[in-house]
Design a binder for this molecule. Structure first.
Ligand SMILES: Cc1cc2nc3c(=O)[nH]c(=O)nc-3n(C[C@H](O)[C@H](O)[C@H](O)COP(=O)(O)OP(=O)(O)OC[C@H]3O[C@@H](n4cnc5c(N)ncnc54)[C@H](O)[C@@H]3O)c2cc1C
Length: 319
């Protein structure tokens, strides 16, 4: 592994730390050791850092809030650039120009307050604006990508290019960047906003969405939301029995349907030791709750593969 020459960062007032444990930085507190963790505080610094690392031939990873990445303990990157300090935005004539590291939650709340439509479902979406575009993240029928006009990207040859929305090749929870068909660092995005017909109704919908998240989705800290983007339950006896039992349990109010589903599936498929790691609220959510979680995650993927067809991983793993 190359050692990142850090004098340049010091001379240019670019915040950085060396030999950083990713378990101290990542959303789910997992990972190896990163040679140099860099926190640019402006788009200019971000561009400078990327160009500098490219020139030195140093590989780097670019992250937002890491709310969609599982860093394994074997992952020891030379350099990681965090964008969360790159967080300016301006709104002119309903066109919002946003730096890559702006928090989706903050932006959504601000725009909701200013009476714009399409943000009510985003007030609880973890992560940065650039990642929401890369991942084509969506919730409650709201997404940043549906408002996208264009974005500026720094390409691997260090040129800056403007992409129109259709250059991103969006598919369900994915884009050409997520699928690694193309690479580049998203610097700025431009969004076309629309005033809400009824701003108060939008705020009510936001409250409903937040309440839904609080009560129906896993809210223990160390999880990445849905692990798989799409999946379909296989048609087999074990799954049919599970559906019958979960419906009876739900109707009799013995335990919640979701919890009954989890317990039945783990039991019927012989994975009961996964119970502490699988959310009671959604079998599609894994909880990295202790040191064994990394090893149990492999088993969890095997379990999901037996229960569902076409289970496509939504989170990213870095090994
Ligand atoms: C509790 C919880 C609930 C969630 N609910 C939802 C949900 O309802 N809907 C949904 O869609 N997702 C959901 N997610 C997943 C997650 O919030 C989204 O995927 C989010 O977009 C990730 O943002 P991030 O900044 O944390 O990205 P990161 O995890 O840091 O990065 C994600 C990817 O984007 C890349 N990237 C980051 N910044 C840039 C950049 N500037 N240029 C190029 N590439 C970049 C990274 O390299 C990585 O490949 C949830 C996650 C959690 C933890």
């Amino acid at each position: 592994m190359n050692e990142v020459p850090t004098t340049y960062f010091g001379l240019n007032n670019i915040p950085y730390n060396t030999d950083v444990s990713l378990s101290k930085k990542s959303w789910i507190r997992q990972g190896g050791v990163c040679g140099c963790w860099i926190d640019p505080t402006s788009k200019k610094q971000l561009v400078e850092v990327c160009k500098y690392l490219c020139k030195k031939g140093i590989d780097f990873d670019i992250v937002g809030q890491t709310s969609n990445i599982f860093f394994h303990s074997t992952y020891n990157p030379e350099a990681v650039i965090s964008t969360i300090g790159v967080k300016d935005y301006v709104l002119v004539n309903d066109i919002l120009t946003v730096d890559c590291g702006v928090s989706v939650v903050k932006l959504a709340k601000d725009m909701l307050e200013q009476g714009y439509a399409g943000f009510y479902g985003l007030t609880g979406l973890p992560g940065t604006v650039a990642s929401a575009i890369v991942n084509n993240a969506s919730c409650f029928e709201c997404s940043m990508s549906s408002m996208l006009i264009s974005a500026d990207l720094l390409l691997p040859d260090c040129s800056i290019e403007t992409w129109q929305a259709n250059d991103f090749g969006f598919s369900h929870r994915s884009s050409v960047l997520k699928r690694k068909e193309k690479s580049g660092v998203v610097l700025t995005v431009r969004l076309k906003l629309k005033k809400a017909d009824n701003p108060e109704a939008e705020k009510k919908k936001a409250e409903w969405a937040m309440n839904y998240r609080r009560t129906k989705q896993e809210n223990k800290g160390r999880n990445l939301g849905s692990v798989f983007a799409s999946r379909k339950m296989k048609r087999n006896l074990k799954n049919i029995v599970t559906v019958i039992v979960q419906n009876i349990a739900g109707a009799m109010r013995l335990i919640s349907k979701r919890r009954a589903q989890k317990n039945m599936l783990l039991w019927l498929y012989g994975y009961r030791d996964l119970a502490p790691y699988v959310s009671d609220r959604n079998v599609n959510t894994f909880i990295w709750q202790d040191e064994r979680a990394e090893q149990m995650f492999t088993k969890y993927k095997e379990f999901i593969g037996k229960v569902f067809d076409n289970a496509v991983l939504e989170i990213e793993e870095r090994f």
